[in-house]
Design a protein around this ligand. Structure first.
Ligand code: 2RA
Length: 343
């Protein structure tokens, strides 16, 4: 016996990964539904050996399931998550719609697992933005030891963060550069093939982008509002895997050796940090993996108690689908999913 689970947005990059990971981690599933918008009704997606046909979100009776994993736009989630939550199941939402709602916990299980305890306020739990998820897994254990004063991050975000259209655009432009000349940008504001774009999301009045603001707002909600964090988010021509160059200043002394030991002992992290060609991680190597990888751990001698890190993860996994499934596992472990399903 297991839970009745629905994945909404099952045909997208992250929705498909949610189905893959539910199966890979052996989450106790009694019945699984792939849900999508009307235009995708009948589209087939796989769940292990099973082929699921997508069902129409408008027609689906959400009171018949226990857990709903959502990978949809913010506007869709704003409309649907409260309705679904009110129908009974707990909603784990991957959009930005609910992350900063004071009545919705924003959770990375390695960082703030106890926040799932108050998820019943709206029956919604938010998944952070991909670039925040991998960052906080690395920051939290260091903050617990030496209290972070300030963080400066530069991201190197893969095109899969912008969905399948982003991946198609990189693929097509790269091919076309050799045969026809590059095709004009559609999904991204400028050519992404053989280029980098220092802009993700939308500009705010202060000159930062909303992608950048998400990183400090979400870090404050999950770890500590006293952490000063500044960031530049950059799109790079990588298919999957976000990387981050992270400079941290602590209140208390913490050197690279102790930081390496702390990170090695922390959940969800793998330290790959040797000073040779195999001693650091790249996004290509992180693709398809569960952990967050930390490399290039170095003292920063230009500030008191400074440290530099290189943090890499699969943005579709830890940055999205895996984190959502880990939240479901956490709810299961704490008995917070409707128990009648397991009776
Ligand atoms: C991106 N962070 O990489 C976004 C996806 N959530 O575009």
């Amino acid at each position: 016996m297991g839970y009745r689970v629905a994945v909404v947005g099952a045909t997208g990059n992250v929705g498909r990964e949610m189905l893959n990971i539910l199966e890979e981690v052996d989450f106790p599933v009694e019945k699984i539904h792939a849900i999508a918008s009307r235009k995708s009704i009948g589209v087939e997606v796989s769940f292990g050996d099973q082929i699921l046909k997508c069902e129409d979100v408008e027609q689906f009776d959400f009171s018949t399931v226990d857990v709903v994993l959502m990978s949809v736009s913010g506007s869709f989630s704003k409309e649907w998550s409260p309705k679904i939550g009110a129908a009974g199941p707990i909603v784990i939402d991957n959009s930005s719609a609910w992350r900063m709602d004071p009545d919705v916990p924003l959770v990375v299980p390695e960082v703030n697992p106890d926040d799932v305890e108050w998820a019943n306020r709206k029956n919604i739990i938010a998944n952070p933005n991909c670039s925040t998820a991998q960052l906080v897994v690395a920051l939290k254990p260091l903050h617990d030891r030496a209290r972070i004063k300030r963080v400066v991050v530069s991201t190197y975000q893969s095109v899969s963060g912008a969905g399948k259209e982003g991946m198609d655009e990189l693929f097509d432009q790269t091919k076309n550069v050799f045969v026809l000349g590059a095709t004009p940008p559609k999904k991204f504001p400028k050519q992404i093939a053989f280029n980098v774009i220092p802009f993700i999301g939308a500009f705010q009045d202060d000159g930062y982008t909303d992608e950048e603001a998400k990183m400090w707002n979400e870090t404050h909600k999950m770890i500590d509002p006293a952490i000063k964090l500044t960031v530049t988010c950059v799109r790079v021509p990588v298919m999957v895997g976000h990387s981050e160059a992270v400079n941290i200043e602590f209140h208390e002394p913490l050197d690279e050796d102790e930081a390496r030991d702390i990170l090695r002992d922390s959940p969800g992290l793998i330290v790959i940090d040797k000073r040779d060609d195999k001693g650091y991680m790249t996004p290509k190597e992180a693709q398809g993996e569960f952990p967050v990888f930390v490399s290039r751990i170095r003292n920063d001698p230009t500030v008191e108690n400074g440290l530099n890190l290189w943090v890499v993860a699969d943005n579709l996994r830890k940055g999205a689908a895996l984190n959502a499934v880990q939240i479901a596992e956490l709810l299961h472990a704490r008995g917070l999913i409707r128990q009648k399903a397991l009776a």
